[in-house]
Design a protein around this ligand. Structure first.
Ligand code: CMP
Length: 482
């Protein structure tokens, strides 16, 4: 309330009190005169005139009692409580106090003016009065008691965001009176929800001092990588204003939809009352992050697949990059350009998500892999625990042991991030060996060295010559080479 309004109220209060005190003074000072005058006017009906004067006195004293209770209420709750204890008493408590104080005062005044009338009996014995009161006050009393139970239960407080009932009225709680809950909606309207309605409906409470989560939805084309999308969006959202630094936002795939991969980002706003603005900001950040990372929002699409079969010897898509990658792998360095191109033609590319297993220890295997993009870790299980033997990045190869010896996979290989590998099968390698017999020797050295790395007690002695020679003949035998 602003100051001028408070001043006006005080002035009005003082004028009303002065008028009522004057009226009371007049009806009591001229009590006898008034009664005589009235009874004379009514042709000697003294008892009726008495009743009228008594009612007048009751009325003015009642108004004075009301003003006194209001003043007392303002003084005790508004001033003393706030200064002494540093908090404001809820409106409902103030109202209950006013009603009780006024009823007590009114009762006293009534019994003083009408000593012969038994007010208690009047209330308890009058059936009609009871029915009237019951019907008239049904809703009011319902609200009143629901309000009391809300105050006692305190499921939410002023400042919390609540959503009530089937109409999903949502807003910040501004107050709870004896009749209704007052909320300010996010379009700055005030909605009053009667206490009895609120008592019957489910209420969703987002307390002010609690980290309440929000979900914002978006989507991408099926061709966009989920690992990249999740990383990009998480980083874009965590920096946004009002997104809590206490919990990192979570980005998840909700659904593989008809025309898009559907995602949700879950974040925790510091101030929940501002979540609409923050949701909007989060969407904006996602848009810009998508722009920078060359990710694409999806819209309803029909995919028309036009297939052009590659001519013999031609590789579709990023064939050039694959040739380049294979040429850079050290064991393939001795190959001619044509041989590398042939190997690239035979290689198949696969993409793995972070933490996905590319090959599993113990499985049979008849192909090897070159890391095209990303990183993998080579892991062996020792006494039920995983040990990382090596981390291989772009240009490194793995899976050669099982391919060249025919034995099961000696270790598991797991993608550490989104990783693309090129798989080369037995037939392609045999063709390479036929024209480059020296390759087998350099490979047998590498395999012998890697075997050492796999051994549990890692003594770092160089690879055994005998072991290399044994491997060499095993590989030759396996590939049917001389
Ligand atoms: P393979 O046995 O077919 O399957 C598991 C692969 O892990 C194995 O071939 C090697 O390519 C790779 N590997 C095993 N030990 C090592 C190591 N010490 N360093 C690097 N790679 C390894």
């Amino acid at each position: 309330m602003n100051r001028s309004r408070a001043k006006n109220k005080l002035a009005l209060f003082l004028i009303a009190t002065a008028l009522v005190v004057l009226a009371i003074y007049l009806v009591f000072a001229f009590d006898r005169r008034l009664r005589e005058l009235l009874s004379f006017q009514m042709g000697g009906l003294g008892s009726k005139a008495d009743t009228i004067v008594n009612v007048l006195q009751l009325l003015f004293l009642g108004i004075l009692a009301y003003l006194v209770v209001r003043a007392f209420n303002a003084l005790v709750f508004g001033i003393v409580f706030r200064f002494r204890r540093g908090f404001e008493a809820p409106t409902l408590v103030r109202n209950i106090f006013s009603i009780l104080a006024f009823t007590a005062l009114f009762f006293l005044i009534f019994t003083w003016i009408f000593p012969t009338v038994n007010l208690g009996a009047l209330f308890t014995t009058s059936a009609i009065f009871g029915v009237i009161l019951g019907l008239a006050l049904q809703d009011t009393l319902g609200n009143f008691f629901a309000g009391i139970s809300l105050q006692a239960d305190r499921p939410f407080q002023v400042g919390d965001v609540i959503t009530v009932g089937a109409h999903r009225h949502s807003g910040v709680v501004e107050g709870i009176t004896w009749r209704a809950i007052k909320i300010r909606t996010f379009s700055n309207h005030v909605v009053l929800i009667s206490n009895s309605t609120a008592a019957k409906e489910p209420i969703e409470v987002s307390p002010r001092n609690n980290l309440n989560a929000r979900l914002v939805f978006f989507n991408t084309l099926f061709t966009d990588s989920p690992a990249k999308t999740i990383h990009v969006v998480r980083e874009a959202v965590r920096e946004a204003d009002n997104v809590s630094q206490k919990i990192t936002p979570v980005v998840r795939i909700r659904n593989l939809g008809e025309s898009s991969v559907e995602y949700e980002v879950k974040y925790w706003p510091d101030d929940y009352a501002k979540h609409h603005d923050t949701d909007a900001l989060v969407r904006q950040r996602i848009w810009y992050a998508f722009r920078r990372a060359k990710l694409n929002f999806a819209y309803p699409t029909r995919t028309l697949l036009v297939e052009r079969r590659p001519k013999p010897g031609e590789r579709d898509g990023d064939g050039g990059a694959i040739v380049e990658r294979l040429a850079a792998v050290d064991i393939f360095a001795p190959l001619s350009t044509e041989e590398t191109a042939m190997l690239a033609q035979a290689a198949t590319s696969h993409v793995f998500a972070p933490d996905e297993t590319v090959i599993r220890a113990g499985d049979p295997g008849s192909s090897m892999f070159v890391v095209h993009n990303g990183r993998v870790s080579v892991q062996v299980s020792e006494n039920g625990r995983l040990r990382t033997v090596a981390i291989l990045s772009e240009g490194a190869f793995f899976g050669e042991m099982a391919l060249f010896t025919g034995e099961p996979r000696t270790a598991s290989v797991v993608a550490l991030e989104e990783t693309e590998v090129l798989e080369i099968g037995h037939a392609a390698m045999k063709r390479v060996f036929d024209t480059n017999p020296d390759l087998v020797e350099s490979l047998s050295h590498i395999i012998a060295e890697r075997r050492q790395g796999l051994a549990a007690n890692q003594n770092l002695s160089p690879a055994d010559e005998d072991e290399s020679a044994g491997l060499l003949s095993a590989i030759k035998r396996f590939f049917g080479l001389n």
